[in-house]
Design a binder for this molecule. Structure first.
Ligand code: KMH
Ligand code: ZN
Length: 300
């Protein structure tokens, strides 16, 4: 039986520092949290960079490189960097870290979608930093742009740098987009897909929607894909557990959900990793080490 890969998505570019004192927002906190997530059982970490001075998401390749190099020095975790960046970033900003980091994985968003989290603004009475409220409010009127030309460019740049794309899928049609690039011959071997449910603008986090994505991927791609599931918000653990039962891999972490249970903030990404690890083991499945994850993810 295939082992289950746990990915920890450490900080993302949705949650803002004012939402949780535990959200890692400096480069050093992101590094420490990634290493702790690995030690708790994560085989893969998904990394966004933020600015030292105020925790604002940034595409600065120097910051991303310093984070990646330090994590590499400290542990053997598989590192996946974002190319989703933050809503409103240019394609150049989003891609800049791929050549400088040459990470094993990078996210590759599989189509355009609205990606709205403006309602966060209603919950924050006293923001810590000036950038936070305009940043979240802007997502009400900004699309998350991933055109066919853009996706093709991302696939090519990743290919030139030895980085495997992790396709982020928010809507069912995006599976056809991936199938198109496979037919075009731009992708070799099984593709790696992350189903991301629960984003406002994409498919809500329900079991029906997860099954819809999974069954569509099987129809479109046959056996030629490896998959994992992320779910934003309060349903994170329910939906990710369902994915594991279906034979998928699990993504947890503070990018997707700041809470470890109802009303209780997670104190670290390792908390979420430990929780899903316990659930997976209770289901009678084994957790993949980072080297085992490499065998699964990079099979030719
Ligand atoms: N921050 C979102 C706009 C990714 O890492 O590629 C997109 C995102 C997905 O987080
Ligand atoms: Zn991300």
């Amino acid at each position: 039986m295939k082992k289950t890969i746990i990915t920890a998505a450490i900080t993302g570019a949705v949650h803002i520092p004012s939402m949780s004192e535990y959200l890692p927002v400096t480069p050093q906190q992101i590094i420490d949290e990634a290493v702790a997530a690995y030690e708790a059982g994560a085989a893969v970490v998904h990394i966004h960079a933020r600015k030292e001075e105020n925790g604002e998401p940034t595409g600065d390749p120097k910051i991303m490189k310093s984070i990646v190099e330090e994590i590499r020095k400290r542990c053997k975790v598989v590192i996946g960097i974002t190319t989703g960046g933050a809503i409103g970033m240019s394609s150049e900003e989003r891609l800049a870290a791929v050549p400088s980091c040459k990470a094993e994985l990078a996210s590759c968003n599989a189509g355009s979608v609205n990606f709205c989290f403006s309602s966060i603004a209603d919950k924050i009475k006293e923001p810590k930093y000036d950038w936070e409220i305009p940043f979240v409010k802007n997502t009400y009127n900004l699309p998350f742009v991933n055109t066919f030309q853009g996706i093709e460019d991302y696939i090519k740049v990743m290919g030139e740098n030895g980085t495997k794309p992790e396709f982020e899928v928010y809507e069912v049609g995006m599976i056809n987009n991936i199938a198109y690039f496979m037919k075009k011959g731009l992708l070799k071997g099984p593709v790696y897909i992350q189903f991301v449910l629960g984003i406002m603008g994409g498919l809500p986090a329900t079991v029906d929607n997860l099954l819809f994505l999974y069954n569509t991927a099987k129809k479109q791609l046959g056996d030629n894909f490896v998959w994992s599931c992320a779910a934003a918000g309060k349903d994170q653990f329910d939906i990710v557990t369902t994915a594991v039962i279906l034979g998928g891999n699990a993504r947890v972490g503070m990018e997707d959900n700041l809470y470890i249970e109802k009303g209780k903030l997670a104190k670290s990404n390792a908390d979420g990793v430990k929780k899903i690890k316990e659930i997976i083991e209770l289901l009678g499945k084994e957790i993949a080490t980072s080297d085992e994850a490499r065998e699964i993810l990079f099979a030719k």
